[in-house]
Design a protein around this ligand. Sequence first.
Ligand code: SF4
Length: 474
Amino acid sequence: MSKIVAPPPFLKSAAKAAAKPIEVVKERSMLLQKQMLGDLFHDLTTAKDTGRKVVYTFVPGNLSELILAFDMLPVYPEINALQWGMRKKSGSLIRDAEKYGYSEDVCTYVKCDVGMFLNGNIGPTGEKLPPPDLLLLSYTGCFTFLKWFENLQKLYPGVPTAMLHTPYAADGVITEDMVKYMVRQLEEDVIPKMEMVSGKKFNPEKLSKHLEYAVESEDWIVKMFDLTKQVPSPIDAYFAGVYYIGPINAGFRGAESAVEYYHQLYLEVAERAAQGRPPVTPEGELEEERFRLVVEGPPNWTHFREFWKLFYDMGAVVVASSYTKVGGYFDGGFRHDPDNPLESLARYCMGCYTNISLPERVNMLEKFITDYKADGFLINSIKSCNSFSAGQLLIMRELEQRLGVPVSFIESDLVDPRYFSYANIKNRLDSFFQMMDQRKQVGGRHQFGQRPHDSASSQKRSLLLPVLQQEAMV
Ligand code: SF4
């Protein structure tokens, strides 16, 4: 009998269906994550009895450390929606929101959240979530965030709202004036409202302590994802990566428990890397890493297992993805700064993936393809995410032009099962894998990723630059 590490818990039933009998060993990091999230949901369901105050907020540009400094509990509606999607129950919530008046084109995270409200605010664990005591809108890049919170204000009348407006980092530069603008909002609006709701005075030392924990977690996360540069990659940085980033996206970034979790996770992934072992999939350890991919866009949550299977059946491993950076992009060197707490919260928000411009996103993806020795680049475009679907074809063509890397484009949705077409996606992916296979036979492995980055020649070949200049965006 072979012995294998368990896949992430949400894939348990697929693991049971694996052909070979396996003895599943849960890694310590999985137990830690389960405990952390279980404790959070328990605290939320008992919040009204214990007097803990509840903040509804968003993942990109989240102010986790500030929320922890006030001993408040966060609720992230996107996390609830994706968990409903993975449990295959988001479809009926979306339909309820549409019956209530929301159009088919509205972001399905929003409709899932509204549908949840209409059905008694029962969370994905089956327990009732408490209503918010504070709506904290940290606005980074997506206009839907604003409209979503306008709707939450109507659903929860009288609940105070704090808005932190993040200036758009159009040219990738964060100026001192932009930082001051954000710090002023934190001092004059966000923190006073948190003091009022929590009944606690703001304690800068407590915030700094949480920022110290955040820095430690960020270091381990970067080191862990860096290991996927190795061939074969020890983990899939997308399908497993979304599970690994769960704690920092669910409010634990500045918590001591997150430091323990990410340190432990790093040790486990480093051990796999040292042994030269490929990723664990829902059906056991991958036999051979045949294709290394960089992916832009979130995964489809409603058909997550079927979606992943389309990749691992072909030996395709995602070695880097933009989606695992939506809760914070730390690979580029940014870390929270305990000595300058509010300034560092401001800089964190402005550097979020959702707040950076299209040219900056292209540069980031180009670096991923090169540094992680990718054989191909794939976009999973989200039907109902108008914010990030715009410009994706241009991103793809630009990267193809700059690097000569095989590219492909598929479409699905986050949590609306009506937009997952297995046959269409499989057809596109099959052609993509064939294309990469042929390129590798002709040119050998990693010929694209090894091409040195030359920004001057990249610009000469750029498709993006003339379009943006025409649109007066640069
Ligand atoms: S970024 Fe996309 S998925 Fe997220 S709230 Fe905006 S529209 Fe919805």
